[in-house]
Write a protein of this length. Sequence first.
Length: 172
Amino acid sequence: MRNAAFITAIVVFLGAGLAWIWWPDEPDEERPMGERIVKSDAEWRQVLTDKQFQVTRQAGTERAWTGEYAKCHQDGVYTCVCCGQPLFDSKTKFESGTGWPSFYEPAVDKNVVKKKEGILPWAPTEVLCSRCDAHLGHVFNDAPSQPTGLRYCINSAALKLVERGSETSEKE
Ligand code: FE
């Protein structure tokens, strides 16, 4: 009987440990509550196209080379298509050959949240807008020719390019 209790305790302990390890990461950035934008899916559908909704609110991925910014070289600031928060600067955009807009760093670090999709070393890291939780894409460390070595692989459908200086973080 003592053995059974001991084994049960071990199983419970290991189970709790595994649950703790596998529990999805919370975004690790501190985010002031007042700046958060939270909307229902129905509300998001009113302001987004189907493609934008699928990518940003359902973590979808547009097909390579189909996004409007894949080959874009225009100067400006890429803002969140959902909430208007500035995310990436065209000056950090580079040709990755992947078919998705690629940047080597965010325009403002705190505007972009990174979230590991699991504990395995090769698990991808999701990139989200810190203000409205829009799924933007993923970040990889496979760009050694870039200043940071990082490649933020972002869906065009999650972005809106605006003229430098006219970006706003006040869009509702
Ligand atoms: Fe946003």
